[in-house]
Design a binder for this molecule. Sequence first.
Ligand SMILES: Cc1cc2nc3c(=O)[nH]c(=O)nc-3n(C[C@H](O)[C@H](O)[C@H](O)COP(=O)(O)OP(=O)(O)OC[C@H]3O[C@@H](n4cnc5c(N)ncnc54)[C@H](O)[C@@H]3O)c2cc1C
Length: 396
Amino acid sequence: MEFRLSDEEEAFQGAVRRFGDKVLRTHERRIDAEGRIPDEVLKSMAELGLLAMLVPADYGGMGASAVLTELAAEEVGRGDFSMATAVFFLLEAGWGHVLARHGTEEAKRELLPPVCRGEAFLGIATTEPTGGSDLAGMRTASRRDGGAFVLHGEKAFVSGVEEAKRLGGGHLTLSKAPDGGFNFLYVPTRSPGLSTQRFENMGRMGISTGALTYPDVRVPEKFLLGAEGKGFECAMEGFTVARTFVSAACVGAAERALETGMAYIRERRAFGEPLGKFEGIQFELVDLWTQVEAVKWQCRRAAWLLDTYTLKGDRSHRSEVDRAVASVKLTAPPVAFECVKRVMMWFGAAGYTKDVGLELGLRGIMSYLVGAEGGLNIMRIILGRELLGKEFVPYK
Ligand SMILES: Cc1cc2nc3c(=O)[nH]c(=O)nc-3n(C[C@H](O)[C@H](O)[C@H](O)COP(=O)(O)OP(=O)(O)OC[C@H]3O[C@@H](n4cnc5c(N)ncnc54)[C@H](O)[C@@H]3O)c2cc1C
């Protein structure tokens, strides 16, 4: 067992932290206010190899390990506290990997290089206005028609609808196949007939969320992932990968909150003493730090499991992987949220101001509590299934 990072991993982590400190922190307010990540930031990310990191070099990526990507996700989450850049990062990493593994050669050559250069967006569309947790109940359907699929329906709360329109790109889209299975199709957002709508979120404003409507949109068959009617597993693989990086971004944000808080409680005095001397605050810091440390290593282990099995297409340890990923997605967002909330309270009234900036993190992390990349109860259902058996899943 080896817990030390390699020299290469440490060097890369350092480079991404410097990028986070220099570029992301200086842009985070602008990202939040303007509702988009500036093109120059995306360009710098691409230059560092941060876009769709897992994608093999043949298709323009750096062919990074999940562990290296996890380390980068921590730093991106620490750098842009609003979480918008982290979301962009992890969508490209997770779904870029799925496209690289399950897409046709033609689609990979056409779609992945611009994604890795930051010149196109790649996202995921599974949620519908009628619900996101119950994927089997989805209504969007697709059927083959000659050399294309015809897609009919609507997706909602999808990240990156504006980015895919502005930069070019699209979403890996799950739909019901006529045989009762699922087709997983890459759907370009600029497809004729497809329309989008942007929703007004409370946080992570720098990446849009919205609806996609498909009134019989034609999708070329080269954009099918996996086999016809068998796309569900490809989508689940993407969630497994993306959830690990969501959690890593939460670890980075939690560490930043604690660092901000520690600097403050060393200096701020009450009753003649620094706040950090009072057990009511010091012990709270220690408890939070311990939780973040635990989640961080849980996250890195999940990434190691991805490298060892999932990314190689090895499903022999599926249950172990599912348990590791669901438990870290269940833990990381609430721990990060708690860190930000507590540190806000150490700041007293100042914590409630935009000058201190903690509200940015609070609004961003909240997206992972309400449901992004799967609600917390869905993680509990996965864990219940893995611990007790399939017969204990409370739905079909
Ligand atoms: C900011 C943001 C970005 C998002 N980006 C995307 C995206 O890019 N692509 C995409 O497809 N979706 C995206 N989503 C949607 C996300 O995947 C869904 O929010 C999630 O799957 C939950 O679906 P829902 O919101 O419809 O809630 P519902 O499925 O209606 O569930 C509501 C609540 O009930 C809980 N619940 C559901 N079933 C059970 C059960 N059996 N037992 C106990 N509790 C249960 C859920 O955990 C949730 O808390 C995004 C969401 C947010 C907030």
